[in-house]
Design a protein around this ligand. Structure first.
Ligand code: TYM
Length: 335
């Protein structure tokens, strides 16, 4: 039996990844790289769907790769690369654009969410077609599984639809992937606004736990998290979103089940809960921050690792692109 292929990625669209990225995606990646042929991408082209400062984008691309490695991704065991280093992704995205219905692209809720405030008139077409580039990322690598947080589920479902449609029309070119959303980590919420997901573009700076925050900053944010007034520790996301989010954080940071965490907390109230969450999150995040800074101290070595990854990734993606060209009847170029 061949090992299943895993593909996933994150945008380098902020100075740091946050605990939602860690819990919803990275934690799964680290475990699954042991049992899968894993491919991890820093999706810099996706970040361009909203304006980016060029110098910052380059810096954040390296920073994102460094945070993958610092969290436990092994660039020798897995393939780790930058999306724009493998042009086959963009070329495949064009081919997939031609089998995507305008209506189906219009139903993507992330585009709707992101354009809710200002309306879609000034949003870029790139933001609109973003999920099609995501589908290209996944299909280029013949991925069987795509571990992501809950907010990405619809994009993976679109990927499945596009792959199935293409295969039906033109022959079996693409592998149809499964979605892998981890129970309990699928959605981490903003500490100040616990009904909104923790997000790089979140409105309250105190609500986001950045992986590169100093320990004292993480502790302060956790201690100021919004809870409620009845001081009872119960996991009930609907009625007690703030407390439930803290319990999820504690479970994820300690590797325990939420039920066990609740049982171990009898008494003490919210103050004690926050203290435990802060301690556990800092214990998890501080080493990642330190290791990230260490890796960023040697950018040439980081770039060398990314070049190695791009070479491996290009071989797979170009082969897939070649199959798609042939199936579509694009005339082969003589060399
Ligand atoms: P991005 O960069 O927004 O997020 C990266 C990963 O983090 C997860 N995530 C969360 N999980 C739990 N709670 C949260 N609050 C939270 N916020 C983010 C996301 O679900 C994601 O898994 N479109 C993708 C990037 C992408 C991609 C791909 C992913 C491009 N091509 C191919 C998988 C496969 C994105 O913007 O993720």
């Amino acid at each position: 039996m061949t090992t299943a292929r895993l593909f996933s990625g994150m945008q380098p669209s902020a100075d740091s990844l946050h605990f939602g990225n860690y819990a919803g995606a990275l934690l799964q990646w680290i475990n699954m790289q042991e049992t899968h042929d894993a491919v991890f991408c820093v999706v810099d082209l996706h970040a361009l769907t909203v304006p980016q400062d060029p110098a910052k984008l380059a810096e954040n691309t390296r920073k994102t790769a460094a945070q993958y490695i610092a969290s436990g991704i092994d660039p020798h065991k897995s393939t780790l690369f930058v999306q724009s280093h493998v042009p086959a992704h963009s070329e495949l995205a064009w081919l997939l654009n031609t089998v995507t219905a305008f209506g189906e692209a219009s139903r993507m809720t992330q585009f709707k969410d992101k354009t809710q405030k200002q309306g879609s008139d000034n949003a870029t077409v790139g933001l609109f077609t973003y999920p099609i580039l995501q589908a290209a990322d996944i299909l280029a690598h013949d991925a069987n599984v795509v571990p992501v947080g809950e907010d990405q589920r619809q994009h993976i479902e679109l990927t499945r639809d596009l792959a199935t449609r293409f295969n039906q029309r033109y022959g079996p070119v693409f592998t149809v992937p499964e979605v892998t959303v981890m129970e309990g980590a699928a959605k981490i919420y903003d500490l100040q606004n616990p009904t909104a997901k923790m997000s790089k573009s979140g409105e309250s700076p105190a609500g986001i736990l950045w992986l590169l925050d100093e320990p004292a900053v993480l502790t302060k944010k956790i201690k100021s998290a919004v809870t409620d007034t009845d001081n009872s520790i119960v996991f009930d996301p609907e009625h007690k979103p703030g407390v439930s989010n803290l319990l999820s954080l504690l479970a994820l940071a300690t590797g325990k089940a939420v039920g066990d965490v609740v049982a171990s907390l009898s008494g003490g109230g919210y103050g004690a809960l926050k203290g435990e969450v802060a301690e556990a999150v800092v214990a998890k995040v501080a080493p990642i921050r330190e290791k990230t800074h260490e890796l960023l101290g040697d950018p040439a070595e980081l770039d060398r690792l990314l070049a190695l990854g791009a070479e491996k990734a290009a071989a797979t993606a170009e082969a897939t692109l070649g199959r798609a060209h042939e199936a579509l009847g694009l005339l082969p170029r003589l060399h």
